[in-house]
Ligand binder design. Structure first.
Ligand code: NA7
Length: 546
């Protein structure tokens, strides 16, 4: 395709999700010329793609899964529920885009291809799926940590004759289950949210479960006017607490260990947390939940006893018993998941005892026979955290591709930069708290740091910024050192990359919470320790546009 001309920008942001929207707002506010490109037909990133039935915020809840950069957002936006639905979060992001006039610098239906660094120009060049070419001094990869759907490589999957949908790439048109025999493969967060909703409508639902999950009641309910007013009245203090407490939510963690309480006190705590629901079941649980196998085992036993209480058929309950360490796979919140197995129209297939052999045009063939289906829902998750960066596959110094650089492990510094890839910044990349932190707040804080780093570079009339390999090695030790004191690395999960065949095994999440952001401040305060700046080789090439 003939290319017209090259468009010059200060910064190109890839992705119009939660992170990309804020990156645009923040960098544009600094006076940079910025554009956001996104391949989707709408803004919202993960919240655009994951419109499956039952999709909701599954963190500690509303109204704190939100931006904090503009107080008027909290004052103006009426969150309706404690665990907002996908539609509500998407509406919020649409409101943010309008309120801050972001849309004029966002290009939808525009995929970025072949990003490559030009060492002489100290700039990135990319091609777009619409036939354009963009040159930008800074490439901001806000591509999402849960944005590349994992379509399992099950023999025959493409032969299925009925509708086959992935929860992470859900159609924007209405999907009807009524009168249909539906199969769901996967029982992570997405499957567990979708299953009770699909069960209400489908003629029959068969759930194919590979690993049983610990799931806790979401107890979603309307957010009352009084609750919202109280948050608004105390917003300054709550905002400060969000920054100070682990996880990016405004509550302190329980500091007690399980051994400090009697068995009766422990049981009372577990019961209270179960009744209250939400992810506080983890956050407010004993402080050694994720470091002490015995404590973890007590919590696991409690949840298993709850599953047995809820599920009436003992054989089905047996299949639903999780046997990994609680919360070392992403903890799940549900609205009636275990109860769904008491319905006559729901069947559970345990793939550990009856594995899938192939998918045929008419259904799923397991070791014991064929389950005939009209519709298949793949709730099989994502190539998480590193997957979308690797698909973007930028080429850095000397044409080295990210796929080569990350063949064995995800080398990075602060989770934000990669040596050999100057002027490229990741948001929620491997090495950040990312998926184990309040994601909108984490994005704001990471992007603020990136903005300050860019400001430093421009203030000193420098041309490029890059992490050193030595700083990356020390950072890897820091991230892994923290993780290795926990139970997380012991479990196969999408955190460790175990869900994608061939992925390097690495726990790439910084578990330090607020400590991570202190580290960012330290690095900036020390004159950007571990980072090299290169003198500018030429005059800036982009014009300010507004
Ligand atoms: P998850 O948590 O990765 O769950 C995917 C599920 O699909 C999980 O139960 C997997 O079993 C199962 N799976 C994956 N591949 C297969 C194959 N080939 N056969 C059978 N079962 C399979 O993804 P979600 O979308 O549910 O959640 C991701 C995040 O999105 C979540 O944390 C929320 O924050 C939003 P496994 O456990 O790997 O044995």
């Amino acid at each position: 395709m003939a290319r017209e001309s090259v468009e010059h920008l200060d910064a190109l942001v890839i992705g119009a999700g939660v992170s990309g929207l804020y990156a645009l707002h923040h960098l544009r506010g600094m006076g940079l010329s910025v554009a956001v490109c996104d391949g989707a037909g709408g803004i919202g990133g993960t919240w655009w793609y994951n419109g499956y039935p039952g999709a909701r915020v599954d963190g500690p809840g509303s109204p704190f899964y939100c931006y904090t950069f503009a107080d008027e957002l909290m004052q103006e936006w009426d969150w309706a529920e404690t665990q907002p639905s996908q539609a509500q979060v998407l509406a919020y992001l649409e409101h943010v885009a309008d309120r801050f006039d972001l849309r004029r610098h966002i290009r939808l239906n525009t995929w970025i291809r072949n990003p490559r660094y030009d060492e002489a120009a100290q700039r990135w060049t990319v091609d777009t799926s619409t036939g354009g070419r963009i040159s930008a001094q800074f490439l901001i990869c806000a591509v999402g940590a849960l944005s590349t759907a994992n379509r399992p490589d099950i023999p025959g999957i493409d032969d299925f004759a009925g509708e086959c949908l992935h929860t992470g790439n859900w159609p924007h048109e209405p999907v009807h289950f009524a009168g249909k025999r539906v199969g769901v493969i996967g029982t992570g967060s997405s499957g567990i949210q979708a299953i009770p909703e699909i069960a209400k409508e489908a003629a029959h639902l068969t759930v194919f479960q590979r690993t049983p999950q610990f799931s806790f009641p979401a107890r979603n309910q309307p957010l009352t006017a009084a609750e919202l007013a109280s948050v608004r009245d105390n917003w300054d203090a709550l905002k400060a607490n969000m920054r100070n407490f682990n996880g990016g939510f405004p509550w302190p963690r329980n500091l007690r260990t399980a051994a400090e309480d009697t068995p009766a006190e422990r049981q009372a705590l577990f019961e209270r947390l179960w009744e209250e629901g939400t992810l506080k079941f983890i956050v407010d649980n004993y402080s050694d939940l994720l470091t002490n196998k015995e404590t973890n085992g007590m919590v696991a036993d409690f949840v298993r006893s709850k599953i047995r209480e809820i599920v009436r058929d003992p054989a089905t309950a047996d299949k639903l018993m999780p046997d990994h360490y609680v919360a070392t796979k992403r903890p799940v919140l549900d609205n009636g998941y275990f109860e769904a197995y008491n319905r006559k129209n729901v069947t559970l297939v345990d793939l550990r005892e009856d594995p899938i052999e192939r998918i045929t045009p008419s259904g799923v063939c397991t070791a014991t026979g064929v389950c005939h289906l009209d519709m298949l829902v793949l709730a099989t998750g994502f190539d998480a955290i590193s997957g979308t960066f690797l698909r973007l596959n930028p080429k850095g110094r000397a044409g080295l591709s990210l796929k080569e650089r990350w063949r064995e492990r995800y080398h990075n510094y602060l989770g934000l930069m990669i040596s050999g890839f100057p002027n490229l910044f990741m948001v929620h990349g491997p090495g950040t708290p990312g998926v184990l932190y309040n994601m909108p707040l984490g994005a704001e804080r990471e992007i603020e740091w990136v903005g300050n780093c860019i400001e430093h570079l421009r203030g000193e009339s420098l041309g490029a910024v890059e992490a050193t390999p030595a700083a990356e090695a020390a950072w890897a030790e820091e991230v892994e050192g923290i993780a290795n004191r926990t139970l997380y690395p012991l479990t196969d999960s999408w955190y460790t990359g175990a869900n994608i065949p061939g992925k390097p095994r690495q726990f790439p999440v910084h578990l330090g919470g607020p400590h991570y952001f202190e580290r960012l401040s330290q690095v900036a305060g020390s004159g950007y320790e571990g980072i090299e700046f290169e003198a500018a080789r030429s005059e800036p090439q982009s014009a300010l546009f507004v």
